[in-house]
Design a protein around this ligand. Sequence first.
Ligand SMILES: [Zn+2]
Length: 288
Amino acid sequence: MNIIENLISGKNRPGTRIDVKYLVIHWTANTSKGADADANRNYFNRKSCVIGGVHYELGSNDKFRAASAHYLVDDKKIVRALPENEMGYHVGAKSYRHPSCRNSNSVGIEMCVNSDGDFAKMRANTVELAADFCKRHGINPATNMIRHYDVTGKDCPHFYVVDPAGWAQFRNDVAAKMKGEVVPAPKVEKAPATNVQAEIITKPATEAKPETNTSLPTGVLKLGDKGAAVKMLQNALNSVYFKCGTADGIYGAKTADAVLRFQKQYGIKPYDGIYGPKTRAKLAEVLK
Ligand SMILES: [Zn+2]
């Protein structure tokens, strides 16, 4: 078994020590080509994201919650993104079905379902990893290796939520592997055809930037200003996802707010929502 350690950093890795009692199995729900272990690890390592045209920093919006798991498994490799004794954000929820499994006492494995991968091989790699993990941590796969679904009710991993027998088989295979038995590949199991419920938010890279005139005005612009320069600024802000509504040439509350958000994101002080030379310089850089 070949584990590649490529630890993430930042807010998805709080560094909190955990006492492992559960192993939680997930799927990435991303069947896109190339959505393999590395791609999902890098997704966990991201710092910011664009949702519906609005730019968010990690943790700044409920829609963009922290997400991370310890392992990502595809048909070719196993990537360790978090140390086994550190907390990840993989089962957090507002309410739980499970009485005691939480982020603070569990390790998460994400099964990658990229359509250019071999599902059976990915599953075999996951069985091997899970068996090794359970053995080392004294976890009984029949009771303490559970699905994300068992913790919060989420449809994850979808193929084991809709197929309890397949899940029972997976558990049996892990138990058999722990005893050193040879685990045959299951006959009928295959990857789901489509995304059912995205475990992972669409990657920012997939969102095309709108085509706009992005030249920048000089001087100072502030609340109440009007004209072509304001419109130019609004187009620029919109194009880098600091949305300020229709570019109408009026520096209103929305435009001031977009400038303020931009300043906060890039540490341009004072945070006053007034467009000046420093904001202009950073905006020019971001527009490139
Ligand atoms: Zn999950």
